[in-house]
Design a protein around this ligand. Structure first.
Ligand code: ADP
Ligand code: MG
Length: 323
């Protein structure tokens, strides 16, 4: 691949977990109801994501790997209305630049599907293939052609742990989708996909922890906050268990974190930090998701209403819980 291609790829693909994140978001965008993720060796040698979503037309497969060819953003106005996760059309191109990728996909309208294989931006195969409706993407040998980047990969177990975290967060953000995560042959997560957030919390953090959660449902101005926060008496709660979603997209938000922790100020805490799974629903035009290549950071046009909604929603929930 071209040097420019590799540099651009580096912004999207930092490690195997970033690949998993992009593939999962594509599967969610495709309307999947069931998504299976399998990894081997921390995802470095093997990542497979299978979904039962709308699939890709065979003839559209090559373009899906061309940077920006498929961008869902056409005008500046579109940028203000981003509802889907993907919007830059660069994830698959970036992944294919630094890995070996194989795709099998079929749409509900076609009788057969397509297979596309691309190694380091070079097409290796493009053919008809029998496969179920939906998409399977297999990514092998991450950074096989960029040894300098490969050196920065951590131990398999560390990479696998980072992938598990991403899968957990995307599962928590999408309780209506069933996620199954297999790591080196072992099923690590299985969520029912029935829309019940508490059962996803149960699957991710365990039964005891789920029993320590209290519901939040609060609307303030144009911001709605919903989900669960832990009782102040929950002992196993850490900052890594603070999950914030903006319009169902996982984000790191100082504003939300500060509001959450402020709400617990007058409570006597057992754990060090309050855990939460909170979705903040706000109009698309008040949040800018185009800040970070991996789209984890967001910018609000006005932080105050977001802070207030999270703070008040948590306060109210803590009050109702009698603490
Ligand atoms: P983006 O998501 O930003 O559009 P990607 O590079 O992630 O860009 O994906 C390129 C295109 O390939 C998507 O716009 C979509 O049309 C198609 N695509 C990728 N993954 C899937 C999938 N799992 N199911 C259906 N279509 C997919
Ligand atoms: Mg995408």
């Amino acid at each position: 691949p071209q040097v420019a291609e590799l540099i651009a790829a580096g912004e999207v693909v930092e490690r195997p977990a970033s690949i998993v994140k992009e593939l999962l978001e594509n599967a969610v965008d495709a309307g999947a109801q069931k998504i299976t993720i399998e990894i081997k060796n921390g995802g470095i040698s093997y990542i497979r994501v299978t979904d039962d979503g709308g699939g890709i037309e065979k003839d559209d497969l090559p373009a899906a790997f061309v940077r920006h060819a498929t961008s869902k953003v056409r005008t500046a106005a579109d940028l203000e209305q981003i509802g889907s996760f993907g919007f830059r059309g660069e994830a698959l191109a970036s992944i294919a630049a630094v890995c070996k990728v194989e795709v099998l996909s079929r749409t509900p309208e076609s009788i057969s599907g397509g297979r596309y294989v691309i190694h380091g931006s070079q097409e290796v195969d493009f053919s008809d293939a029998g496969c179920p409706v939906g998409t399977t993407i297999v990514v092998r040998d991450v950074f096989f052609n960029t040894p300098a980047r490969m050196k920065f990969l951590k131990k398999d177990s560390t990479e696998a742990g980072t992938i598990a975290n991403i899968v957990d967060k995307i599962a928590l953000a999408n309780p209506q989708i069933s996620f199954r995560f297999i790591r080196d042959g072992q099923v690590k997560l299985n969520t029912p996909g029935n829309g019940d957030l508490l059962s996803v919390i149960y699957a991710v953090y365990g039964k005891e922890f789920a029993a320590d959660m209290i519901p939040v449902n609060y609307t303030h101005e144009f911001v709605t906050v919903s989900g669960f926060i832990c009782r102040p008496t929950a002992s196993r709660s850490t900052r890594s268990m603070q999950n914030f979603f903006i319009n169902s997209r996982y984000v790191r938000s100082r504003t939300c974190m500060a509001a959450l922790e402020e709400a617990y100020k007058s409570s006597i805490m057992t754990g060090k930090f309050p855990a939460c799974v909170l979705n903040v629903q706000i109009p698309f035009n008040t949040v800018d998701v185009n800040v970070h290549p991996a789209k984890i950071e967001v910018r609000f046009s006005n932080e105050r209403p977001v802070f207030d909604a999270v703070y008040r929603g948590c306060k109210e929930a803590l009050g109702t819980a009698g603490e």
